[in-house]
Design a protein around this ligand. Structure first.
Ligand code: SF4
Length: 102
């Protein structure tokens, strides 16, 4: 999931950065502000708890509970949740919620 959030990223500050079209990365217009908020966190050096971990996409209840618990301390939690809700993300834990609680 973190790879998904960070996968197309580099610090992106329009209008200075004219080189990337977010639409080309499949970021819906409705999510642009949230996407930018998330990128701001990561560009500031924040490393989310989900970085490099499997629990956020695991089907194990135990893993999901751990992911949800660890999301609670993530500074990107609200933006992450909003992004998932806006994009109707169907899989994984986003902002401390899974599909059943979004
Ligand atoms: S809120 Fe959870 S899923 Fe979203 S970036 Fe933070 S740790 Fe990852």
């Amino acid at each position: 999931m973190t790879d998904y959030i960070r996968g197309s990223t580099r610090p992106h500050k329009p209008p200075e950065d004219q080189g990337i079209s977010l639409a080309g990365f499949g970021i819906p217009t409705a999510s642009m502000n949230t996407w930018m908020t998330l990128q701001g966190w990561f560009a500031a050096g924040e490393v989310p708890p989900c970085a490099g971990r499997h629990e956020w996409t695991s089907s194990s209840t135990k893993d999901k509970r751990l992911a949800i618990r660890l999301c609670a301390d993530c500074p990107a939690k609200h933006a992450c949740r909003e992004f998932a809700e806006t994009n109707n993300e169907r899989y994984g834990i986003w902002g401390g919620q899974d599909r059943s609680t979004r």
